[in-house]
Design a protein around this ligand. Structure first.
Ligand code: TRP
Length: 329
């Protein structure tokens, strides 16, 4: 059986939260199964849409690679690479840009959000960012692209570009599909639980970073917003309690009924402690592995180099095809 090709990417901006871990990173590990071949990309070129300090960007890119390995990506199976190390990303970008309409990019909701947020630096890269992302996907002839909801529109664009290109030049690109893993669930803010947990929230008590010390995790969860009902049950509009219960389920693998039953007669304090313990139990091994990988920097660098070489081999096949088709080679 032909293996499904998976590609996903993450920007090296900030430390992922528990929400990123549950919604994305943890699933990346699970995708590495017999019937799939996964490429994982640290999207450092995407990060340049916002002004970066060079040394920090380099460090954070390597750090993100280390974190992905710590989360269970096995780079000897799945090529793990830093985007700019594989020059084909930049090469494909121009060709795709010339096959994308301004109108399409104008409709991207993330561009609108981001340009509102960075009104002092609305650069052309911010606008064409979805084209770069389409290239990440199409270079590897990916079948499936695991993404959160906020990126679905970008995968949709990659599909449209692929279809358009194929129609104009003949079969070239696999038309990818977004892939929303079954396991997951949305983790909400601890302080405003009707909003998604976000690492860019100005209030650090609203999110758990996956590198937070255990004592910090406990403290943040103790302060998490609940309600005045005082009863542990999943219910409409009970955003805070629902969120704590969902996190508990995501960490322990219990279903909601089991979780609720196990807290029968308990108060919120007990629930919060149990959630904190479960989060720490899941995340502490990741943190230890992360520290170990970073401490062996030479090994990490060689893993990343190897990932880039393997990725480039696949990417070059696509570039060769595309460049020949459009008359650049
Ligand atoms: N744009 C994605 C984000 O900000 C990251 C990303 C870059 C990506 N290239 C990708 C995701 C390719 C999936 C596939 O979250």
């Amino acid at each position: 059986m032909e293996k499904k090709i998976i590609l996903s990417g993450i920007q090296p901006s900030g430390i992922p939260t528990l929400g990123n871990y549950v919604g994305a990173l943890r699933n990346w590990k699970l995708l590495q199964s017999e019937d799939k071949f996964c490429y994982y990309c640290v999207a450092n070129m995407h990060a340049l849409t916002v002004r970066q300090n060079a040394d920090e960007l380099r460090e954070r890119s390597l750090g993100m690679a280390a974190l992905l390995i710590a989360c269970g990506i096995d780079p000897s199976i799945s090529p793990l690479f830093i985007q700019s190390d594989v020059v084909q990303h930049a090469q494909l970008n121009w060709v795709l840009a010339c096959n994308t309409y301004m109108g399409e990019l104008n409709r991207m909701t993330q561009f609108k959000d981001k340009s509102a947020k960075h009104s002092d630096n609305i650069n052309a890269g911010l606008f064409t960012y979805p084209v770069l992302m389409a290239g990440d996907i199409l270079l590897y002839q990916a079948d499936l692209v695991p993404v959160g909801n906020d990126q679905k529109q970008h995968v949709e664009l990659a599909r449209n570009i692929a279809i358009r290109f194929n129609n104009a030049y003949g079969e070239t690109f696999k038309v990818p599909e977004p892939y929303i893993p079954k396991l997951g669930g949305r983790v909400m803010s601890l302080t405003e639980p009707e909003k998604k947990m976000s690492k860019s929230d100005p209030n650090p008590n609203s999110y758990i970073s996956i590198l937070d010390e255990p004592s910090v995790i406990t403290k943040k969860l103790k302060r998490a917003v609940t309600d005045s009902e005082g009863r542990i049950a999943y219910g409409e509009g009970r955003f805070g309690v629902n969120n704590l219960l969902s996190i508990y389920c995501a960490m322990t693998g219990k279903n909601m009924d089991e979780a609720v039953n196990s807290f029968d007669g308990c108060g919120y304090g007990v629930l919060k402690t149990a959630v904190a313990d479960a989060v720490i139990e899941e995340i502490q091994p990741v943190q230890e592995k992360y520290k170990y990988i970073l401490a062996n920097r030479g090994d990490l660098e060689s893993v990343i180099r190897d990932g880039a070489e393997r990725a480039a081999e696949a990417a070059e096949k696509t570039i060769d095809l595309v460049y020949k088709k459009v008359g650049l080679r």
